[in-house]
Write a protein that binds this ligand. Sequence first.
Ligand SMILES: Nc1ncnc2c1ncn2[C@@H]1O[C@H](COP(=O)(O)OP(=O)(O)OP(=O)(O)O)[C@@H](O)[C@H]1O
Ligand SMILES: [Mg+2]
Length: 204
Amino acid sequence: MSYIVSGTDTDVGKTVFAAGLAAAMGADYWKPAQAGLDGATDSGEVARLAPGVHIHPEAYRLATPCSPHEAARIDGVEIELARLALPTTNRPLVVEGAGGVLVPYRLDLLAADIFAHWGLPVVLVARTALGTINHSLLSIEALRARDVPVAGVAFIGEAEPAAERAIIEIGRVPHLGRLPHLDPLTAETLAEAFATGIRTDLLA
Ligand SMILES: Nc1ncnc2c1ncn2[C@@H]1O[C@H](COP(=O)(O)OP(=O)(O)OP(=O)(O)O)[C@@H](O)[C@H]1O
Ligand SMILES: [Mg+2]
């Protein structure tokens, strides 16, 4: 099964989770639009954290680290749905969205609209830190408003059972497990944390 990995926010841990998921599932990885090319890109980080995973080239490589719609405007590019077609592969595919579910790729095209177009379920990556209940439930509502299936929520950070339970019960979504903060963060520590912490059986 293929999945979109989205999150409650930018910098929440989508790339780390997507790398672990692709490695665990024997899936390919694809970042449709990379905004920000200085330093490590998401695809580059996945290559480091999931060395065996096939990485499809980004459809858009935009220079500025900001919302894709603005990064595209700065580069003089218009993001088109036709160019965001899912890459073909015999393996499952893990697609990492930019930012969160209502991030604009154009002023009239939001991330969740593109997810609905692809027709794949979303794994929502959420922090366990304060504020996560609101951000997670808002994200789940926005996905459901567009009939995008929510495969579940995967948490990043220290265990916060009350917050995790509130999201699962109010949002009526599966708990896909939790990745603790990993130090060092390597392909080996990620694979081990994934094997013990993430319910890949629910994502088969
Ligand atoms: N489980 C973890 N253990 C240690 N560091 C982590 C973990 N998850 C994420 N990080 C670190 O937090 C930062 C943000 O993570 P990541 O790049 O995965 O976020 P993101 O949601 O993909 O961000 P973006 O919206 O830019 O794509 C990175 O420096 C990453 O190495
Ligand atoms: Mg990322």
